[in-house]
Design a protein around this ligand. Sequence first.
Ligand code: NAP
Ligand code: COA
Length: 263
Amino acid sequence: MAGTRYALTGKVAFITGGTSGINLAIAERFGREGMQVAVLSRSQDKVDSAVERLKSIGANAIGFAADVRDYDALEAAMAETATSLGPIDALIAGAAGNFLCPAEDLSPNGFKAVIDIDLLGTFYAARAAFQHMTKPGASVLAISAGQSLVPIPNQIHANAAKAGVNMVIQTLANEWGVHGIRANVLIPGPIEGTEGIRRLVPDEAAKRHVTASIPLGRFGETGEVADLAAFLVSDAAAYITGAVIPCDGGALLTRARLSPVKS
Ligand code: NAP
Ligand code: COA
């Protein structure tokens, strides 16, 4: 799919967490396709630098420094996006937090923080976007993770949060089909050079272990996930909704169990 174009020119995307890693690669891919892109994350510096980068590739881009746990801030950002760029064609719910911690050491607030960002943040974003998704072909795409389907030790918070994300999206697919809105889940596998991998696969031994468990024998690239995202929000995917689609080199088929963080 690399290099394939999906007739996205002029459409409007709103991407939570779109200022780094996989989500920024999606923003860039959309921008190169001629989409107008709004990105949102907490750090003003990251927002400024992402908007600058998107503008440097010719995209019409705006950004918001806000927390997806703040529903009112999301509503305000979506409203400003609709006013400045037009109704939202594609919402990418990509903001997330994760870290390694055994369940017995995880504080209640540590569990809550990740549930709030990933799960509440996904529902909040979709709920706030709904009123602006008025054009034919609009869709929601959540960036989930393999642990939504198969639990990984030391990530009870993300396992639960991402499983909830899948269910939120499938419920929306069911409810919002009547409004002409599709909703899908994209499951990236281990993606090279990302914050997620820095946190969850922190050393060479863990990386070798994960690589050996991937049928295609390598980590993925951010651009490979972005290619699938571009397809899924386009009219080429007009009959795809409620789907949970991995882009993971087959990793879900074997799913490496990483060593516990405690010896
Ligand atoms: P990343 O660069 O850290 O992306 C996370 C983004 O979310 C950042 O832009 C961050 O920016 C934003 N964010 C975090 N908390 C937020 C909050 N409360 N409100 C608003 N924005 C917030 O990590 P990544 O590894 O590329 O992950 C991107 C997505 O892919 C995540 O959904 C992750 O679960 C998923 N994923 C990644 C991998 C992988 O291999 N990396 C594998 C499977 C799934 P700020 O710090 O500025 O808020
Ligand atoms: N191990 C165990 N607990 C941790 C932790 C870790 N590595 N990091 C944070 N926590 C706990 C904190 O101790 C706190 O609990 P407490 O109040 O009982 O002490 C709770 O989590 C919230 O921490 P805080 O730093 O206040 O949260 P935050 O809302 O500022 O940040 C995180 C959210 C914790 C998810 C942070 O790691 C983050 O911002 N991540 C975004 C980037 C990211 O994770 N990218 C990869 C995506 S896959």
